[in-house]
Ligand binder design. Structure first.
Ligand code: NDP
Length: 329
């Protein structure tokens, strides 16, 4: 396993990590979660990602049960939660979502209980909250850090401007600003990480924990001839995700990329994840998996990264046509 410093912080995360969105409670039960987290940990993964909203709190409870049973040295792994969407779904009332001091504080306490840990290593604002002053968010996160309940706080899918604003407020009041962003990053979605965020890497020195490296599984090639039963894009309640990814142009490009991966002798999922790790602004790519075989295939990305030379990267760009155009000065 390779470990990277999370931006300018002193925290080292494994370049591959493991997350629970969609899978925990909805697709897998405790025994599979235990197996997958066990393999992850044995392979050197030291970051497990979660959120209050995943399976309406059940995902954190499941991860908490596994962590308790495993009884790993608490200093040997990191665990996150995220606040914004609440955990009551349609029953959410005012103050049970968003980034007010009240909800951030209560969400932190509830995540600690569900995960059965004494502190969160990372606590993310799952989305920006345009209705709450940024000062309130920064002060609250700083307070949770002072109390020892959170070690590092971060943002997820915030704009570069919003992140810079949080840093401006933090600097003005001598508070701790966000040190990590969690954006989507994969061969289809590159703009934020490769273009918009360049200033937040350069100045505040943010790290990133990137999500959906396989575009929900599309970049494994499994959807190239329809939807295999039991797979994420066939789940009821996830039609919006299917509509986002099952698009002719995306499937065509994935097929072509699959042929290229074949010619290199690398499974497509392995190649797609390794491609993410080539970007030095990626601290860690969060893997999702419902099966042991998937996880093992994805972990092989570590062995493949060094074989992706300039000519391979160019060929991938040529197939995918998703490289952002940088502004000319
Ligand atoms: P991926 O894009 O890698 O998708 C993972 C899914 O793809 C798996 O659950 C599995 O689904 C399928 N899959 C994985 N590997 C393979 C393989 N080798 N072959 C075939 N199918 C495979 O990641 P996620 O979208 O799950 O994102 C990873 C993590 O990022 C999440 O768990 C979560 O922690 C975080 N996240 C954060 C978000 C945010 O807003 N901050 C948003 C989304 C995710 P199946 O078996 O059902 O087909």
């Amino acid at each position: 396993m390779e470990y990277r410093y999370m931006g300018k912080t002193g925290l080292q995360l494994s370049v591959l990590s493991f997350g629970s969105w969609v899978t925990f409670h909805k697709q897998i039960e405790d025994n599979t979660a235990d197996e997958l987290m066990g393999i992850s940990y044995e392979q050197g993964i030291n970051f497990f990602d979660n959120a209050e909203a995943y399976a309406l709190g059940e995902s954190e409870k499941m991860m908490g049960r596994v962590l308790k049973k495993k009884n790993w040295d608490r200093s040997s792994y990191t665990v996150s939660s995220k606040v914004f969407f609440g955990w009551r779904g349609k029953a959410n009332k005012p103050n049970q979502t968003g980034l007010s001091r009240k909800h951030i504080t209560e969400a932190c306490h509830e995540a600690l209980q569900r995960l059965q840990v004494e502190y969160l290593d990372l606590f993310f604002c799952h989305r920006p909250d345009k209705k709450v002053p940024i000062e309130e968010v920064v002060w609250t996160m700083n307070h949770l850090i002072q109390q020892g309940k959170v070690l590092y706080w971060g943002t997820s899918e915030w704009s570069g401007v919003e992140i810079m604003e949080a840093h401006r407020v933090a600097a003005q009041h001598h508070l701790i600003g966000p040190s990590v962003e969690q954006p989507q990053y994969n061969l289809f979605e590159r703009d934020k990480l490769e273009k918009e965020y360049l200033p937040i890497f350069k100045t505040p020195g943010m790290g990133t924990t990137i999500w959906s490296p396989l575009a929900s599984g599309l970049l494994s090639g499994k959807y190239s001839d329809g939807i295999p039963s039991g797979s994420r894009l066939g789940l009821s309640g996830f039609e919006w995700l299917k509509n986002q990814w099952m698009v002719e142009d995306r499937i065509k490009k994935t097929r072509k990329l699959g042929e290229y991966a074949n010619s290199l002798g690398i499974p497509l999922a392995t190649l797609s994840i390794a491609w993410c790790l080539k970007n030095p602004h990626v601290t860690t790519a969060i893997l999702g998996a419902t099966k042991k075989e998937q996880l093992l295939e994805n972990l092989k990305a570590l062995d493949v990264v060094s074989t992706l030379d300039a000519s391979v990267m160019e060929k991938i760009d040529e197939i995918m046509q998703s490289k952002p155009v940088q502004p000319e000065f």
